[in-house]
Design a protein around this ligand. Structure first.
Ligand SMILES: NC(=O)C1=CN([C@@H]2O[C@H](COP(=O)(O)OP(=O)(O)OC[C@H]3O[C@@H](n4cnc5c(N)ncnc54)[C@H](OP(=O)(O)O)[C@@H]3O)[C@@H](O)[C@H]2O)C=CC1
Ligand SMILES: O=C(O)[C@@H]1CCC=N1
Length: 257
C-alpha cells in the first residue's frame, strides 16, 4: 500500500514515517510532503518519494495521513477522491475534511508514537469500509495500539487525554523539581528524584491503571508520609485541577483550526 504523509517532517508525521520504514514499509511506497522541502536523508532512507505538492501526493498514495497543524488545513486544498484519509488533526471535524472527497478517519495519536507507545483511538466517517478499518489498524500499529471509537465527539476527549502525551507528566516533574530545588537539593538529584516518580514509579501502573484505587488504598493504609501527601493533594484540589485541565483541553479541541 502506498502511504502518503502530509506533514512528514513534523513531530507526529516524522515519528510515523520513521516507524513505517523501520517496520519494513518499502521506501518507494512512502510519499512525503512538508512545507520546507525534501530532506536528503529521511530516517536513514534516501529512497523515499518526496511529492512536489499536495496533488502529486494524493495521486501517488492509496492512504493519505494528514499530519499538519489544524490552522493549516484551510489553505491546503487537498483533493483526494476515492482515497482513504487518516487525519491526526485535533479539532478539524469530519464535516470540514469531507470536501476533499476522500473517505475520512480521524485518529488521535500522541507523541509516544516516537517510541512505538502511542495509544491512538480513531473514528470512521461515512463510507469507510472494513478493508479501510483494517488498513487503519495496521497503520497505527507501527506507532502503538489503537481502538475504534463509536462517535466523533469522543475524539475531542481523546485529544485532551491520550493526545496530551507527556505533557501532564512533565508538569508533575516540574513541580517536583521546583519543590526539591527550593529546599536545597541540587538540580541533578532533584531531576533524578522526579524521574523516579514520574517515570519509574509509574511503571508499576503499566497494565494496572484500572487498579489505581487499590494502589492509593495501599499507600493510605500506612497512614504515613505518602498518605499525608495524598490527603493534602486532594484537599488542595488535585482532582479538580486535573478535571479543569481536561475540560479546558476538550473545549479547545472543539474550537481549533
Ligand atoms: N504533537 C502531538 O503530540 C500531537 C499532535 N496531534 C495533531 O497532529 C497534527 C500534527 O502535529 P505535529 O506533528 O505536532 O505538528 P508539527 O508542527 O510538528 O508538524 C507539522 C508538519 O506539517 C507540515 N506542514 C505545514 N503546512 C504544510 C503544508 N501546507 N503542506 C505540507 N506540509 C505542511 C510541516 O512542514 P515543515 O516541517 O516543513 O514546517 C510539518 O512537517 C496536528 O494537527 C495536531 O493537532 C495530535 C495528537 C498529538
Ligand atoms: O496540543 C495539541 O493541540 C495537540 C493535539 C492533541 C494533542 N496535542
Amino acid at each position: 500500500m502506498r502511504i502518503g504523509i502530509i506533514g512528514a517532517t513534523g513531530w507526529l508525521g516524522s515519528a510515523l514515517g520513521g516507524r513505517l520504514l523501520a517496520s519494513g514499509h518499502a521506501p518507494g511506497d512512502l510519499i512525503l510532503l512538508n512545507r520546507s522541502g525534501p530532506r536528503a536523508d529521511y530516517h536513514g532512507y534516501p529512497d523515499v518519494v518526496w511529492a512536489r505538492g499536495v496533488d502529486e501526493l494524493a495521486a501517488a498514495s492509496d492512504l493519505i495521513v494528514l499530519s499538519i497543524r489544524p490552522e493549516d488545513w484551510a489553505a491546503l486544498k487537498l483533493h483526494a477522491p476515492d482515497r482513504l484519509v487518516v487525519s491526526f488533526m485535533a479539532g478539524v471535524g469530519i464535516d470540514r475534511l469531507a470536501p476533499c472527497g476522500a473517505r475520512i478517519v480521524r485518529a488521535m495519536p500522541n507523541a509516544a508514537a516516537e517510541i512505538g507507545a502511542s495509544y491512538s483511538p480513531w473514528v470512521a466517517g461515512p463510507g469507510v469500509t472494513d478493508a479501510d478499518r483494517a488498513a487503519v489498524t495496521r497503520l497505527l500499529s507501527v506507532i502503538g495500539t489503537s481502538d475504534e471509537l463509536t462517535g466523533e465527539s469522543q475524539i475531542d476527549l481523546m485529544s485532551a487525554v491520550p493526545g496530551s502525551g507527556a505533557a501532564y507528566p512533565a508538569l508533575l516533574a516540574l513541580a517536583i523539581i521546583a519543590f526539591l530545588r527550593d529546599r536545597g537539593i541540587t538540580e541533578d538529584i532533584a531531576i533524578r528524584a522526579a524521574e523516579a516518580v514520574v517515570c519509574d514509579g509509574a511503571r508499576l501502573l503499566k497494565g494496572q491503571v484500572g487498579q489505581s484505587a487499590e494502589m492509593i488504598a495501599a499507600y493510605l493504609d500506612y497512614q504515613g508520609t505518602t498518605a499525608a501527601g495524598i490527603h493534602a493533594a486532594r484537599d488542595a484540589g488535585f482532582t479538580e485541577s486535573i478535571t479543569a485541565a481536561l475540560t479546558a483541553a476538550t473545549a479547545k479541541a472543539r474550537h481549533l483550526g
